[in-house]
Write a protein that binds this ligand. Structure first.
Ligand code: SF4
Length: 699
């Protein structure tokens, strides 16, 4: 199928300095967890996007010197020839598929800790990121040294055949710290007036352009917004763009500081696609050079609208390119219904925040391109296709497994569920306020299932072990999901909690509230949240919206503590406060009674008055069916069943990304000797000595 002509504008080439971008799709710098330390994985991940049609792919932050390292957060680096070799793999992978390669050369200034044992550098003695450190205020010599490091790193990037070199200031990294009056309290020629505050950035740009500007495009990322006091007023940002325009080939525009990163990498709970345009769309007033902007965009119509308006020339993406590395190709081929749209839940960021490599709720292959050899759009044909597979449970893991099995050509795949609809726990979770876009996980898979003639969804059919054995399938996959504990069970909450019984009128589970419409017998509700993720706050907001007096109580240090990793914690707490939801932390409920609950708070015992308590303490695997099947292997064999496996939350309740991954992996590895265990993955070994790479011994 050819692309719709209305999208032609997205595929026009565009000149950026000495380079030509083949189309308007640009993967902006984003963390991956691979850095320089896992160069093959880095190349595999970015190269896949190049294959999927992105005009350019960029690294994550690449410190220009060890004094701005952020270990243990994995980063790219450009410190020596070893990094040239390592990151050169990524540039080659991009070029092999016709894309440009960009590198986010970076100095974090006060926003870093480092293991070089050197003091963190700061523009002024303003502490950063809540670390117990105050940086060393940069003197003239420090400024020169950092600029020389930037030039040296740019030359290395040039040697590694990068096409686009950043002098990166977004997220209030060092150049932006000089520009921002929030950080810059200097009284010398680098502080005070805008001209003075802009001096460091302008000088660095001039030096980098002088070093590599005829061979590499020079890009600047700058925050342009009114969402945080840490950046600069929009008018000043625009004035800086005018001052620096002759030195810049590409303006990469975003919002906010790294301290409030959740306002930049905004989740779908609070931020619609295109939300940054209200600020960054103004940059056109200051430049005729190409502008790339971001806002979690997956809609080609919105992309066309923006490019046609002239506000941005290029559509930037981080998360949409993770969820679907082939997004541009699918638009080009007129396959819009095959786009795996980002749901904006930020699991990718949560993974990297834990120093893992990224994972994705939509794309099970994200991060697995090299080490598992997975391709997001291709699966190998099954070795023994002549088999029927029964998948019990049509939640995220079951749907993903059935799709991959179908694509691999299994003769027949039956996806059976007790409910009438696809989706498993997402049938009700997506009804919670703020989680509507998570339904994209189901919608994408519904469309894909419909396209597979060998896969059939069988709704409204509850199978017990005997019915599974009698079904006639050669392989059985159990994907029966999880449920919330109805008795307050949770190690953190010391449950089960006396009096916690969801069979009573005043004790409720999230499923009862959302699916069954059960409500407490009075207006006062305590939502007891031992998980600290999306369900507790979602139920609290739902009930508050219906007029209940809601208090969310947690034994954790903060409400929505897990969501801090997704960059949403602070925003959620503010949101609940604005809605009038009371928040109580460090409080453990010890008994639930009619009329309230007894608890241990930070200041001692207390009594919570409530007409009902919603238990959001922990989930339990729905493993009964699998355990029963597995406990009688003889009966399985007698029924002609060659293998019975379980996937997703019925194995262990985990994140959505892990559940989808689990279903995908089993389907890919069905021919393994033991499909229940993952095949070994390729590891990347740091086997070289520094002196072999850079030619100098480390003394
Ligand atoms: S994990 Fe979620 S937010 Fe991140 S790319 Fe995937 S779908 Fe988007």
């Amino acid at each position: 199928m050819a692309r719709d002509a209305k999208y032609d504008i997205l595929f026009e080439p565009i000149r950026i300095g000495p380079k030509t971008l083949r189309n308007r799709f640009y993967q902006v710098p984003h963390c991956s967890g691979f850095g320089s330390g896992k160069p093959w994985s880095q190349a595999g991940h970015r190269g896949m996007k190049a294959e999927g049609g992105w005009g350019a792919v960029c690294t994550e932050f690449a410190p220009v010197s060890p004094e701005t390292d952020e270990n243990p957060y994995p980063s790219a680096r450009m410190w020596d020839d070893g990094d040239v070799r390592a990151l050169g793999l990524m540039a080659s992978a991009a070029h092999a598929h016709g894309a440009l390669a960009g590198i986010e050369l970076h100095h974090g200034g006060i926003h870093c800790s480092n293991e070089s044992r050197q003091p963190v550098l700061t523009v002024s003695p303003v502490a950063g990121d809540g670390l117990p450190i105050v940086g060393q205020t940069m003197q003239a010599g420090d400024i020169r040294r950092v600029q020389e490091d930037w030039v040296a790193a740019a030359r290395r990037a040039q040697a590694a055949e990068y096409d686009i070199v950043y002098v990166y200031g977004g997220h209030t990294y060092l150049p932006m710290q000089f520009l921002s009056p929030f950080y810059n309290k200097r009284t010398d020629e680098y502080g005070g007036s805008l001209e003075n505050r802009a001096r460091f950035w302008l000088e660095t740009l001039e030096l980098v352009r002088g070093a590599v500007g005829d061979t590499c495009a020079i890009a600047v990322r700058i925050s342009v917004d009114e969402v945080t006091p840490a950046t600069v007023p929009v008018e000043e940002a625009l004035e800086f763009v005018r001052m620096a325009d002759h030195l810049v080939d590409l303006w990469d525009v975003n919002v906010s500081s790294i301290v409030e990163w959740g306002k930049d990498a905004g989740g779908s709970r609070f931020y619609p696609e295109g939300y940054q345009l209200q600020w960054t769309g103004r940059v056109r007033e200051a430049t005729a050079k190409p502008i790339v902007g971001v806002s979690r965009m997956t809609s080609p119509d919105l992309m066309v609208e923006i490019v046609s308006s002239g506000k941005w020339d290029i559509i930037g993406a981080a998360r949409p390119s993770i969820a679907d590395p082939f997004l541009p190709r699918k638009i080009e081929e007129g396959r819009l219904d095959d786009i795996r749209e980002c749901i904006g839940g930020n699991q990718c960021i949560a993974a990297v925040s834990r120093s893992h490599h990224l994972s994705c709720s939509q794309n099970a292959t994200a991060g697995e391109e090299y080490r598992r050899g997975w391709h997001p759009e291709e699966v190998p044909p099954a070795e023994n296709k002549d088999r029927d597979v029964l998948v019990v449970g049509a939640g995220p893991a079951g749907m993903e497994c059935a799709i991959v099995l179908g694509r691999r050509g299994l003769r027949r795949v039956h996806l059976v569920d007790a409910e009438a609809e696809l989706g498993g726990n997402l049938r009700w979770l997506t009804r919670l306020p703020g989680l509507g876009q998570w339904a994209r996980v189901v919608n994408y898979r519904r469309i894909q299932l419909d396209k597979l003639a060998n896969v059939e969804f069988v709704p409204g059919t509850r199978l017990d072990a005997a019915a599974v054995r009698d079904y006639g399938a050669a392989v059985v996959v159990v994907a029966t999901g999880a449920r919330w504990a109805a008795d307050g069970l949770n190690g953190v909450t010391r449950g089960p909690i006396p009096g916690a019984d969801a069979g009573l009128a005043h004790v409720l589970t999230p499923e009862q509230v959302v699916l069954e419409g059960k409500r407490p017998p009075g207006k006062r509700v305590v939502v007891y949240d031992g998980e600290g993720y999306v369900t507790g706050v979602g139920v609290a907001e739902l009930l508050r919206g219906e007029g209940y007096d809601v208090e969310i109580v947690s034994p954790l240090v903060s409400i929505a503590q897990q969501s801090d990793l997704n960059l949403e914690g602070v925003l959620i707490r503010e949101h609940l406060r604005n809605l009038g939801v009371q928040q109580r932390t460090l409080t453990t409920i010890t008994e639930i009674r009619s009329g309230g609950a007894l608890a241990e708070g930070f200041d001692g015992p207390l009594e919570l008055e409530a007409d009902g308590v919603v238990l959001v303490t922990q989930r339990l695997a729905n493993e009964q069916l699998f355990v029963e099947l597995d406990s009688d292997r003889g009966a399985l064999e007698a029924a002609g069943i060659q293998g019975a496996y379980r996937i997703g939350d019925c194995t262990a309740p985990r994140t959505l990304a892990d559940a989808v991954f689990d279903g995908h992996r089993l389907a890919r590895e069905l021919e393994s000797d033991d499909p229940s265990r993952p095949r070994p993955v390729l590891r990347e070994w740091a086997m070289h000595r520094a002196e072999d790479v850079v030619g100098a011994a480390v003394g």
